[in-house]
Design a protein around this ligand. Structure first.
Ligand code: SF4
Length: 334
């Protein structure tokens, strides 16, 4: 029985076998991996692809992860915070486009206290009762996660970034720890959130062995949704001159995870467009079933990866809505 067949039957492999799938130059093995992932999407998920809107409602962050442009020490970053009306209007735009899941994403911004977030969630639930709300707010206390859950949050996205403690320490300041992330993840699961986690792919200092550890940890955590983040060098970080994530490795990991977790939601993030113009589509072909699109008119991701034409967005407080003053088709923009 070949490795892919074993993965299909057991949903796991030995570390050496995972490594072989990640590194193989054998075209037959590679084809067999992607074919099996496609079969899982076709037969188990009926080839359905879901859309989710990502709203980065603040880009302030008190932390300093070395790979992230939102890090507090990046003084060149133009910062913003959105108020309730702006958040509501962005979600309304997304709702009219057909989105029924909103991911409220942020750096760890102490401005948005539990009280503010709970009000925000309750109001969004009231306004969009048929929508699922995912939070991606980083590490918080169990009491805080519980309050947010009770106020209407359905899912929580918390990536562990890398399962290797040494690699983790090279991507984060010394006070951050992998075990804290895992404890937070376990709290989230215990409270009853639908869980979403994943890791960085292509980060500086990454070794293939580390990716195997990531896969093994994914097996232990057993999330309902999976979000792999492709490393893309960002200004304002010490890794700004590193190469971005390799597309082939990223796609193989998506395919492996699809076979390991046949029924999980696996995201194709919009950041993949920085790795390859068709990166999101290729991730779907490799086994992802969720397309994520930015819906925040302020954040830079929207301007380069947004779903609609938007060269200049303005907030009109009197009309309580976003409007664009100049529309340039995506394909005409540089
Ligand atoms: S990865 Fe998250 S916690 Fe770390 S600096 Fe970026 S936004 Fe903040």
């Amino acid at each position: 029985m070949d490795i892919v067949e074993q993965l299909k039957q057991n949903s796991t492999l030995t570390e050496d076998q995972f490594l072989e799938l990640i590194k193989t130059n054998d075209p037959t093995l590679r084809d067999s991996l992607f074919t099996a992932a496609q079969e899982a999407v076709t037969y188990l998920l009926e080839r359905k692809v879901y859309l989710q809107g990502v709203l980065t409602f603040t880009n302030h962050c008190s932390r300093n992860c070395f790979y992230c442009e939102l890090r507090a020490e990046n003084k060149d970053m133009k910062r913003y915070r959105m108020n309730w009306e702006q958040i509501r209007a962005a979600c309304a735009e997304g709702y009219h486009m057909g989105l029924r899941t909103f991911i409220l994403e942020a750096g760890e911004d102490p401005y948005y206290t539990d009280m503010i977030m709970c009000n925000l969630l309750a109001n969004l639930k009231e306004e969009f009762p048929d929508c699922a709300l995912t939070l991606a707010l980083g590490e918080r206390s169990k009491a805080s996660y519980t309050r947010l859950f009770k106020s209407g949050a359905d899912r929580y996205l918390l990536r562990f970034e890398t399962a290797d403690p040494l690699h983790f320490s090279r991507l984060h300041p010394p006070s951050y720890s992998l075990s804290t992330k895992i404890n937070c993840f376990n709290d989230i699961k215990e409270i009853g959130y639908e869980t979403d986690t994943g890791f960085l792919v292509g980060a500086p200092y990454e070794m293939p062995d580390y990716l195997v550890r990531d896969l093994t940890l994914m097996q232990e955590l057993s999330p309902q949704s999976i979000s792999l983040s492709p490393f893309v060098p960002q200004e304002g970080t010490s890794f700004r001159r590193h190469l971005p994530c390799g597309l082939e490795t990223y796609l193989r990991l998506i395919a492996i995870l699809r076979i390991m977790f046949p029924k999980a939601n696996i995201a194709a993030p919009y950041r993949l467009k920085h790795v390859h113009p068709q990166g999101q589509l290729m991730a779907v072909l490799a086994g992802a079933n969720v397309l994520r699109v930015p819906i925040c008119p302020i954040c830079p991701a929207f301007r380069c990866c947004g779903p609609s034409r938007a060269s200049t967005w303005d907030w009109s407080p009197t009309a309580s809505r976003w409007s664009w003053t100049e529309a340039t088709p995506l394909w005409e923009r540089r």
